[in-house]
Ligand binder design. Structure first.
Ligand code: SAM
Ligand code: SF4
Length: 331
């Protein structure tokens, strides 16, 4: 069993996109009231006084869309300033990134993952919803990616969810982005969580099938850059960047799981795939429970985690009955 030292922090449940597989615009969304979202000071207190003493040293800011937080730079600065923090990364849709990239870098952020499911503005608009005629969205995201690269984010990773019949014909074009640039493209198997009507019956394509397509075109070698996470990393021979495959549907990597998730309203969740054991840290903190007591409760949850990890997989109900969606959990 891996040490659990990685916390994914959802900073906000709202988003400026409505990706069909995450927050489809065919549904009504009820978001948290601002007062119910963990404030930056509360979050930093939890990181410093609860998670770091328990051995957490790697953190990711996600959402919803983390760049919608007006205090995002303060949060980055606050976490980077803690000497025990070995790694801070962010996952963003990059729509707001271009004007913020330099400031984020100066605040101390170095690693960024950007979701980019298509190189075609029309397909992108269909996937990210809201206004499917608005092809400018893709251009704004692309400008954000270029800016992040120019500013020096490294590694710069692009997350691609492959949806059968929607963007799977772009696999080679997306993989080709890694040839001349030091970009790391990570293909994520499409998960049956929160999918809207448009995408619900499409199934998913196993990573091995994507690798076969790429291997047939260029060949594939095992990459040099092994990340901290669940991605299997490969490389097109001679390419500057790498190709990662996150195969949570076709493989079970629960036994390698090194993470917990904190939602924007302060619920700590030990496993993405089930809701067993969740702890409401925000309410406890606001009720005056000391960080020392919270630390003990999180420690107990850490001890239970190995048991919780396999629960839904074994019962065969993976993804069937979540009360929270990916945008609330943070992916
Ligand atoms: N808004 C940010 C973004 O899109 O990068 C961060 C939050 S988003 C929930 C984090 C990641 O979860 C994204 O890379 C997204 O593609 C992925 N995701 C969301 N729903 C998914 C699903 N049903 N299957 C696989 N990945 C999903
Ligand atoms: Fe928003 Fe990210 Fe979900 Fe898309 S995947 S709706 S960008 S939170």
């Amino acid at each position: 069993m891996n040490a659990v030292d990685y916390l994914r922090i959802s900073l906000i449940d709202r988003c400026n996109f409505r990706c069909q597989y995450c927050m489809p615009d065919t549904q009504d969304w009820h978001f948290l009231q601002p007062a119910d979202v963990l404030a930056a000071t509360e979050l930093l207190a939890l990181v410093q006084d609860v998670f770091i003493p328990l051995g957490f040293s790697r953190f990711r800011l996600t959402g919803g869309e983390p760049l919608l937080r007006p205090d995002i730079l303060d949060i980055v600065r606050g976490i980077v300033a803690l000497p025990q923090v070995k790694d801070l990364a962010m996952t963003t849709n990059a729509f707001l990134l271009e004007p913020l990239a330099q400031d984020l870098y100066q605040a101390g952020l170095r690693r960024i993952n950007i979701s980019l499911d298509s190189l075609m503005p029309e397909t992108f608009a269909t996937i990210v919803g809201r206004d499917s005629q608005n092809h400018q969205r893709w251009h704004k995201v692309w400008a954000g990616i270029q800016k992040a690269y120019q500013v020096g984010f490294n590694p710069l990773k692009l997350n691609v969810v492959i949806i059968p019949g929607v963007n799977d014909h772009e696999v080679l074009d997306l993989a080709a982005l890694t040839i001349d640039r030091q970009w790391h493209v990570r293909f994520i198997e499409f998960m049956p969580i929160g999918n809207g009507d448009l995408f619900c019956d499409r199934g998913w394509i196993p990573s091995e099938e994507l690798r076969t397509r790429i291997r047939d075109r260029w060949g594939l070698t095992e990459g040099q850059v092994q990340g901290n996470g669940p991605a299997d990393v490969f490389q097109i021979p001679g390419a500057q960047g790498t190709l990662g495959f996150i195969s949570q549907m076709s493989e079970c990597f629960c036994d390698r799981c090194n993470r917990m998730r904190l939602s924007a309203d302060g619920w700590l969740r030990p496993c993405l795939l089930n809701e067993t054991g969740q702890l409401d840290l925000k309410t406890a903190l606001r009720d005056g429970v000391s960080t020392g007591v919270l630390r003990d409760r999180v420690q107990e949850l850490l001890e239970l985690k190995p048991e919780i990890n396999y629960k839904e997989r074994q019962s065969g109900t993976m993804g069937a009955n979540y009360s929270r969606t990916m945008s609330q959990i943070g992916g």
